[in-house]
Design a protein around this ligand. Structure first.
Ligand code: IMP
Ligand code: MG
Length: 174
């Protein structure tokens, strides 16, 4: 099926917002070190840009969970594909996600990470689709709330494509 991409949030808008979140995190964690946990693959572009804007010491780790196949609807099944390399104990952890949609992935993940006894645990997402929420998730830092439409770019994919777009686009199917 052919698809077209329409710009929803420009590169400038996204970059400006990431800078703001970076400044907020730097303020909130003054005197501490933050440990960013990137949820692959979607969170990777956001995490790299955000990490550059944080002025307190930063360490990074990565994990991969799967809840989506090539369709555009959540299956509700969350599987850990790649776990973290480092323990979270006593670290100030911020989970970095591309988007919170139904909330299923994050609610599962946050509960699992909390059991590893971090000093603190927060969630930061570039995008949030509140209208789609099925499971309640507390989000500490949100870039943009967006309507219930399928988006790509800045790490987000449609069938593994478009992650490399430097802006957020809407997918329009023919
Ligand atoms: P949730 O478990 O329904 O909240 O889904 C979370 C995951 O679904 C995200 O981390 C994304 O990988 C994927 N996802 C949800 N909405 C979109 C979208 O609009 N575009 C691309 N991926 C999405
Ligand atoms: Mg994701």
């Amino acid at each position: 099926m052919a698809e077209r991409i329409k710009v929803l949030l420009t590169e400038e808008e996204v970059d400006r917002k990431i800078k703001e979140i970076g400044e907020q995190i730097s303020k909130d964690y003054e005197g501490k070190q933050v440990h960013l946990v990137c949820v692959l693959k979607g969170g990777s572009f956001f995490m790299c840009e955000l990490a550059k804007r944080i002025t307190v010491p930063v360490s990074l780790d990565f994990m991969s969970v799967s809840s989506y196949g090539s369709s555009t609807k959540s299956s509700g099944v969350v599987k850990i594909v790649k776990d973290l390399d480092e323990p979270l104990k006593d670290k100030h952890v911020i989970v970095i996600e591309d988007i919170v949609d139904s909330g299923r992935t994050l609610s599962y993940l946050m509960a699992m990470l909390k059991d590893r006894h971090p000093a603190s645990l927060r969630l930061c997402t570039l995008l949030d689709k509140p209208d789609r929420r099925v499971v309640d998730v507390h989000v500490d830092y949100t870039g943009f709330q967006i309507p219930d439409e399928f988006v790509v770019g800045y790490g987000l994919d449609y069938d593994q494509k478009y992650r490399n777009l430097p802006y957020i686009g809407l997918v329009e199917l023919d």
